[in-house]
Design a protein. Structure first.
Length: 403
């Protein structure tokens, strides 16, 4: 129980790198502002770069972010390709991620489908964050410090049911039933992720969940606007004024779950006030169905199949034990000079460096400038250099630095 907690009690976040989905508005905007004020490097994962840049500018102009840093990156959770591209860019630029805030979502909208053919609420709220977490898993578990995956659910999970026979709600669609399913899926995922961390003996990374209670944001208006219901829109505005707390208050459970020192894996945080709609963050219990391990495992398997993303960390404790028993420190120390000396990239002509540095590599231009043997040499050097460098850096990050 946390009788009173605000951003004033929030720990400093200097030297932490944090990803927030949906960072340009609502709860994501407030979370970004709070983290930046505490000195964090915040990667704002936004569907619209333009709106993300505007939000970042507003935050810089209105709060003291002198010790923090804001970076806007495009990430459309309704597109598996966009998620993959975002994660790849982050992996190239950062060595580790301290907090992944799975925050973005859509609520009670008319039936739509994502780019990949998923019902949009299930696709964005659950499958998009499932895929994003999977792509970023290595960055989460390989850092020197504790890291957290924080998944935003909702009280609506309590009426949610996972319809495995019709996950995409093609046979029968109710906007609130679909929303409840997606929010229950968030919790099943968060708890199952923690169980898998524990099975793999990963202790420096935890998975927790939270909900904002009733927070008055633009989220409530999207459904009525998209369905063209002026009456529902007016009703939502009235409900927000009467029952809703501000977005700044609604984000407190997320901030607490992300930063408080007493938070443990698989915990669930929400407001402690009337009907858990408002108030200070406290640890709570979610619905009985959200703790069903069989449902969680079945959903996990379906999610991997649908997204094509697998979480490969069952080998982690065995590799750690192997590395520690084989004096891997000495081995890496021996390999590093070899990598630098044998594959210094000097075989690549200077006039082709820009083409090699592009992503993806501009092989069309390279092949137009080189004969066949030169191209083969470049490919060989690139792959050999990349493979050895990645292996040695990964072993160093995961096992040597944590000893």
């Amino acid at each position: 129980m946390v009788p009173s907690w605000s951003t004033e009690q929030m720990p400093q976040c200097a030297n932490k790198t944090i990803i927030i989905t949906g960072a340009n508005s609502g709860l994501g905007y407030e979370a970004t502002k709070a983290f930046a004020t505490k000195g964090a490097t915040v990667i704002m994962a936004c569907r619209s770069i333009e709106r993300g840049q505007q939000a970042a500018t507003d935050i810089r102009n209105n709060v003291d972010t002198a010790s923090g840093d804001l970076t806007v990156r495009q990430c459309d959770l309704a597109s598996l390709e966009s998620i993959k591209s975002f994660a790849a860019a982050v992996s190239r630029e950062y060595d580790s991620i301290d907090i992944l805030s799975n925050n973005a979502g859509v609520m009670a909208i008319p039936r739509q489908e994502t780019e990949d053919g998923f019902e949009k609420q299930f696709g964005v709220n659950h499958l998009g964050h499932f895929a994003l977490t999977g792509h970023l898993l290595e960055l989460m578990i390989s850092g020197d410090d504790e890291s957290r995956v924080v998944t935003h659910s909702s009280g609506a999970h309590e009426f949610g049911k996972i319809n495995f026979d019709d996950l995409q709600r093609k046979q029968s669609y109710g906007k609130w039933e679909a929303y409840g399913q997606s929010k229950l899926a968030n919790l099943l995922f968060a708890y199952e992720l923690q169980r898998r961390f524990e099975t793999a003996e990963i202790t420096q990374t935890i998975s927790v969940a939270c909900h904002p209670g009733y927070a008055a944001t633009n989220l409530q208006y999207r459904g009525p606007k998209q369905s063209g219901s002026a009456l529902r829109l007016r009703m939502m505005k009235v409900a927000n004024r009467i029952f809703g707390q501000s977005a700044a208050d609604g984000v407190l459970p997320l901030l607490y779950a992300s930063t408080a020192t007493d938070v443990q894996g698989s915990e669930y945080y929400g407001p402690n006030g009337f009907l858990n709609m408002r108030g200070a963050p406290e640890e709570q219990s979610s619905s009985q169905e959200s703790y069903d391990t069989q449902t969680a495992q079945r959903l996990w398997r379906r999610s991997e199949t649908l997204t094509g993303v697998s979480f490969e960390f069952s080998w982690y404790p065995y590799l750690r034990e192997y590395c520690e028993s084989r004096h891997i420190v000495a081995l890496v120390s021996a390999i590093r000079p070899y990598v630098a000396a044998r594959f210094p990239m000097t075989n690549i002509p200077t006039y082709l460096r820009d083409a090699v540095d592009t992503d993806p590599v501009d092989w069309v231009y390279i092949s137009s400038q080189c004969d066949y043997l030169e191209v083969v040499t470049i490919i060989y050097d690139l792959f050999a250099h990349a493979a050895l460098t990645v292996v040695t850096r990964y072993i160093e990050r995961c096992f040597i630095s944590t000893k």
